[in-house]
Design a protein around this ligand. Structure first.
Ligand SMILES: Cc1cc2nc3c(=O)[nH]c(=O)nc-3n(C[C@H](O)[C@H](O)[C@H](O)COP(=O)(O)OP(=O)(O)OC[C@H]3O[C@@H](n4cnc5c(N)ncnc54)[C@H](O)[C@@H]3O)c2cc1C
Length: 456
């Protein structure tokens, strides 16, 4: 089925090839053009799009109009947080570095800035973000609104690094929000799912620029899991992508380094070879895949790359997919992952896409998946876009519940207000702030009504 050359290619670029690199579908501007999210699974027909050039324009729009509003980032959420038949508010024009504090290593950006457009200007002022998620196409406001995170036991989600933000409430009133000036609103607005108003600028706590070396290899999942805590403590970032119907996982360990740059772009040849392997594997019944996948993974070769931190921490994802991710308390991570992998084998789930397993540090925002006293393990499952993800995700979701999981706000889940109130100690406090800022429910679409238990 697969030649050794192809397997070697796979070895050097397995993960990159799986997720690969194309530009995301962005919300089109103007009129009644349909809006689609990145995976293509969500479509909306907004009445209009409003793309303010200034915060004043936005405040005026909110103060002088009525009807539903949904702020949109770059549409990378898998959950219907954005769809509305009212107005989309697009803050693409409120983007770029606004000001910075060289002493405190803080920088203020327009909240519509893509994460991928922040690394270079930060580097120019000697700063860098502490951590980044898998990709960098999200906007700063969109990413923080759902508590987007990377991996690393020492690092909280992106919202944990926000020191100040500006929020324009649904009535047009502007709030400068910080821990010191408005502590409750600060803890609510750093992860808001766009329910409190429109965030226009954010200040981040950064650090001095740094470089990273990332080592990638394949190893038996169980071996990695048994020493995951030690590995997570030893490396700045550590994560794995367990392969389905296999005993193996792709493993990534990332540390600071002064080594010279060595970061070749993913090879198109490797991408094509890997796509062929996936195609071939999909012809094999799930129950017969384990020895084949094990044989391919067992022969793969390690690789490493070195570059500026922001060029190593994020990747390009070529293959569009839908995703479910839950964060479970860290001690529940390993048993939860084991049960999911076993269920995929036992139920012969026809899925090739790997899972993702990573640690996130606890924080004190009210709605982050890692809020509270415990660090969390974030576990993701994926299904290629175009395939029906429901049967697979419906099978696995109760396992996450069993281990006390909290769903990622931007990734597929089926929970509503009753369950979320139990999972988040400050959920009711968030609700109070939401109701006081948005008494008319302008910011609510059907999905948010379900999240917040609003029936009217
Ligand atoms: C390929 C891929 C990889 C991903 N990798 C990761 C990962 O590694 N880690 C992780 O945690 N997540 C990851 N995600 C999920 C993604 O980071 C989140 O769904 C994120 O919220 C998307 O940001 P966005 O800019 O596309 O926002 P959108 O999806 O457009 O919007 C998300 C939310 O932000 C709100 N919002 C947007 N702009 C504003 C604003 N100005 N003011 C107030 N609210 C606003 C929206 O109303 C909505 O509620 C990934 C998603 C994809 C598709």
């Amino acid at each position: 089925m697969t030649g050794i050359t192809r397997r070697r290619l796979l070895a050097s670029s397995a993960l990159a090839a799986f997720f690969g690199g194309v530009r995301p579908v962005l919300a089109e501007s103007g009129g009644s053009l349909p809006w689609r999210n990145w995976s293509g699974g969500l479509v909306a027909h907004p009445r209009g799009r409003f793309a303010p050039a200034t915060e004043l324009e936005l405040a005026d729009f909110l103060a002088t109009t009525t009807g539903s509003i949904r702020p949109v980032g770059s549409g990378h959420s898998f959950t219907p947080l954005v769809p509305t038949d009212g107005h989309l508010v697009v803050i693409d024009r409120l983007a770029g570095l606004i000001e910075h504090d060289a002493g405190a290593l803080q920088a203020t950006f327009g909240a519509g800035t893509r994460l991928g457009d922040m690394g270079a200007p930060l580097e120019a002022i000697g700063q860098a973000m502490f951590n980044l998620p898998d990709i960098d196409r999200q906007t700063l406001a969109g990413a923080t609104a759902t508590a987007t995170h990377g991996t690393g036991i020492e690092f909280g989600c992106l919202s944990d690094y926000v020191t100040n933000l500006r929020l324009i409430a649904p009535n047009g009133e502007s709030f400068d929000v910080s821990r010191e000036a408005t502590p409750e609103l600060f803890d609510a607005a750093r992860v808001s799912v766009g329910a409190l108003g429109v965030v226009t600028r954010m200040t981040l706590q950064n650090r001095g620029s740094y470089r990273l070396i990332q080592k990638t290899w394949t190893q038996k999942t169980e071996e990695v899991l048994e020493s995951f805590d030690e590995s997570a403590a030893q490396h700045r970032h550590f994560e794995m992508f367990p392969y389905t119907h296999s005993d193996y996982a792709g493993v990534l360990a990332t540390d600071e380094s002064d080594a010279p740059t060595n970061n070749p772009p993913p090879s198109p040849e490797a991408d094509a070879a890997f796509a062929q392997i996936i195609k071939d594997l999909s012809q094999v019944p799930p129950r017969e895949r384990l020895p084949i996948v094990n044989s391919i993974m067992g022969q793969s070769e390690p690789s490493e790359r070195v570059d500026d931190s922001y060029k190593i921490l994020t990747n390009v994802r070529n293959t569009r997919f839908n995703e479910m991710e839950y964060s479970v308390p860290i001690d529940a991570g390993a048993p939860c992952l084991r049960e999911i992998l076993k269920t995929i084998i036992d139920k012969e789930v026809d899925v090739i896409f790997p899972l993702e397993y990573r640690y996130v540090r606890r924080d004190d925002t009210w709605l982050s998946m890692s809020t509270g006293d415990e660090d969390h393990a974030a576990i993701s499952i994926h299904r290629t876009a175009g395939e029906d993800y429901r049967p697979y995700f419906d099978l696995i979701e109760p396992i996450f519940w069993k281990y006390g999981g909290r769903p990622h706000w931007g990734k597929v889940h089926s929970l509503g207000a009753a369950e979320l109130t139990k999972l988040y100690p400050r959920f009711r406090d968030f609700q109070e702030i939401r109701q006081s800022l948005d008494p008319q429910g302008r910011m609510l679409n059907d999905h948010l009504k379900k999240l917040f238990g609003v029936t009217a």
